[in-house]
Design a binder for this molecule. Sequence first.
Ligand code: DGP
Length: 119
Amino acid sequence: MSKPKPSDPTIFSKIIGREIPADIVYEDDECLAFKDINPCAPVHILVIPKKPIPRLCDASKEDMVLLGHLNLVANQVAADAGVGDAFRLVVNNGEGACQSVFHLHYHVIGGRTLQWPPG
Ligand code: DGP
């Protein structure tokens, strides 16, 4: 099987389209938030835009409002999960930074003591 290109549809497009299930905790016209299938903390939620931006570095000025919205939704889902005052927001951008799904996503991680710097 050939290596996926950043422009290919991803598993997250299938979650948006309800072709595969996910534990969805928030949805609006612009974005979706659901629990990570492989959580690294008691709270591990992914916030994704419905627009298929592959990586953060592929976002442009026209995405400015959307990117701000994703941050506010991250705040909201963290608060709803009970970790609103202590959580980490992570974007892995590109293969070299461990991005494995090429649809922009923010990891909202919390519910345990978090170390710094991350590995
Ligand atoms: P990243 O390495 O930053 O690209 O993170 C991708 C995350 O996506 C990883 O933590 C696991 C999660 N993930 C991958 N496939 C699925 C899936 O089918 N469902 C859910 N809920 N999460 C997934």
